[in-house]
Design a binder for this molecule. Structure first.
Ligand SMILES: Nc1ncnc2c1ncn2[C@@H]1O[C@H](COP(=O)(O)OP(=O)(O)OP(=O)(O)O)[C@@H](O)[C@H]1O
Ligand SMILES: [Mg+2]
Length: 244
């Protein structure tokens, strides 16, 4: 079972969109996929349902109960979340950091994709502690790079504290407008400092993505030949390659 977190403490960089698409692609390829939404915003959950039952809610973990993965399509299951998860965020006792790790030991899937909130707090720590790999989406804003060192630092800390080998699977520019003021600057800095980590594929910016997710479908489903669909398929290919 390969566990992959999609993380960046910066908000709105495309974590949920990537988690949703990557999860769907693994599932259509025949892998048994578990999607885990450990963000109290519940955005990944909203791609599938507006009425999450408590028994499928990740918050149960923090009450000492294992949630039941909800079947969302043929090969894909979801442990979802909603805003009621947020009340556990402040309860940073040691045991709370290992809730997700311990739960996943009871599960049998090929791939687990974990969507994390825009913070480096308890929930993201739960995800990191159990992950084999982290995918880091980046946007092209002025400050896109400034949080990257902090994120990598906190991954190092989790590695040191747990003795686990957590690898960065890659950094992906997740909403690229090539005319953006910062595109070249950011791309060049990434190439210089993180060449081996940077995915060759960049995901173009498109409003079509928001529309697709709003209807619970992937962009490949809605517009298979769209440039974003092509990009996602390439990204998936690179991910598969790096997992070999
Ligand atoms: N390639 C893209 N082009 C245009 N819009 C995009 C793209 N990818 C994602 N978006 C949109 O940008 C917004 C933020 O994306 P998303 O929710 O995936 O980010 P996030 O990092 O999960 O945010 P949060 O930190 O709040 O969890 C969403 O409205 C989403 O539809
Ligand atoms: Mg999100």
């Amino acid at each position: 079972m390969v566990k992959i977190s999609v993380s960046n403490q910066k908000g709105g960089v495309g974590k949920t969109t990537i988690a949703f698409h990557i999860g769907n692609m693994f599932a259509s390829d025949g892998s048994r996929v578990l999607l885990v939404d450990i963000d109290p915003q519940g955005n990944l959950t909203s791609c599938f349902t507006d009425t999450l039952s408590d028994e499928n809610n990740i918050k149960l973990l923090f009450e000492g109960i294992n949630p039941e993965p909800l079947k969302v399509n043929q090969n894909m299951f979801l442990v979802g979340s909603d805003i009621t998860l947020s009340k556990y965020e402040a309860d940073a006792k040691l045991a709370n950091f290992f809730r997700l790790a311990n739960f996943l030991k009871t599960q049998e899937f090929d791939i687990v994709i974990i969507d994390t909130p825009p913070s480096l707090g308890l929930f993201t720590s739960n995800a990191m502690i159990t992950s084999d790999y982290v995918i880091i989406p980046l946007d092209l804003s002025r400050f896109a790079l400034s949080g990257l060192a902090d994120l990598m630092n906190s991954i190092e800390k989790v590695k040191d504290a747990t003795g686990r080998d957590i690898k960065i699977l890659g950094i992906v520019l997740s909403m690229v407008n090539e005319r953006s003021l910062y595109y070249r600057e950011i791309y060049q800095t990434l190439e210089k400092n993180y060449k081996d980590l940077l995915f060759n594929t960049v995901i173009p910016e498109s409003v079509k993505l928001r529309e697709a997710l709003g209807s619970g479908r992937t962009i490949m489903n809605v517009l298979p030949e769209h440039k974003v669909s092509v990009a996602y398929r390439r990204l998936y290919g690179e991910i598969r390659e790096r997992l070999r």
